[in-house]
Design a protein around this ligand. Structure first.
Ligand code: ATP
Ligand code: MG
Length: 267
């Protein structure tokens, strides 16, 4: 298990981190896979990154080899108790990629936050002191539009939206659009779509091609050119506690996430 972080170098740049929330309330569309593997590619492109796991399921945390039962601190204490995030940040096997882990208590935070002051801005405040320490902050959201996700969208400037190339892919985007509009109006006018990622693309099915074409037609400017293929290697990597860049760097999935990350930093 990676150790706690106590030797972080302050980044010399005066620029603030670009903060992305990987969001789609539909479950299993590749949010976590995208969050981990985009974040893991950034250091090789010269960008330091903090990956924040805001999902009580903790798939990002365990997918990077962290044993959630042995955590001393997590994003939970920072957003609920206002504890210093630095105490919870961990290094990962990828140099330049740090993790702010989730823990199962985060499930209760959805309710606990309701009675707290500035309940939609708890993550924003928790991350505030880190915005000069990283080039990118990537937040993995839970599959809901509840208060945890609202916190993610208030803390972020860009939404990275994975869409699975399956039937019903676009279903539910209406709810996301509605939530986004409300957050833009009331809480975070800077929030915008940072890009739509077509995921779990199976070139053998006509349906995948149709769905991809439909998404591009509806979001011509926002959809990334890179498409993430359905790949067994991508689904295996988390059980080894590794991003695909470490688990199988020459696999199709690894190359696709590398290309996607290049596109993302170019935007
Ligand atoms: P949740 O909504 O539950 O948080 P999610 O949107 O984060 O899910 P993932 O956990 O990334 O989705 O992916 C769902 C499942 O599909 C996982 O088992 C993951 O390993 C697998 N998966 C994701 N992307 C791919 C891919 N491109 N090829 C093959 N399997 C994939
Ligand atoms: Mg997930």
């Amino acid at each position: 298990m990676p150790g706690p972080y106590n030797d972080r170098q302050a980044r010399s740049s005066t620029e603030l981190a670009r903060v992305y929330a990987v969001v789609n309330q539909k479950g299993g569309v590749g949010k976590t896979t995208t969050a981990i593997n985009v974040a893991a590619n950034l250091p090789a492109l010269g960008k330091s990154v903090l990956l924040v796991d805001m999902d009580p399921q903790g798939n990002t945390t365990s997918g990077l080899g962290v044993d959630r039962r042995r955590l001393e601190a997590s994003v939970y204490q920072s957003i609920v108790d206002g504890a210093d995030v630095n105490a919870a940040i961990l290094k990962t096997v990828t140099a330049g990629l740090d993790l702010l882990p989730s823990d199962p208590a985060l499930a209760g935070a959805e309710i606990e936050l309701i009675s707290l002051p500035r309940r939609e801005r708890r993550l924003l405040y928790a991350l505030d002191s880190l915005r000069r320490s990283y080039d990118y902050v990537i937040i993995d959201c839970p599959p809901s539009l509840g208060l945890l996700t609202v916190n993610c969208l208030v803390a972020a400037e860009f939404m990275l939206i994975p869409i699975q190339c399956e039937y019903f892919a676009l279903e539910g985007l209406g709810a996301l659009t509605y939530t986004t509009a409300r957050i833009q109006r009331d809480l975070n006018p800077r929030l915008k779509i940072g890009g739509i990622v077509l995921t779990l693309y199976d070139a053998r099915t006509a349906l995948a091609g149709q769905v991809a074409a439909q998404v591009r037609e509806r979001f011509p400017q926002q959809t990334f050119r890179t498409v993430i293929p359905r790949s067994v290697r991508l689904s295996e990597a988390p059980s080894h506690g590794l991003p695909i860049t470490e688990y199988d760097p020459t696999s199709r999935g690894a190359l696709a996430y590398q290309e996607l990350t290049r596109e993302l930093i170019a935007t």
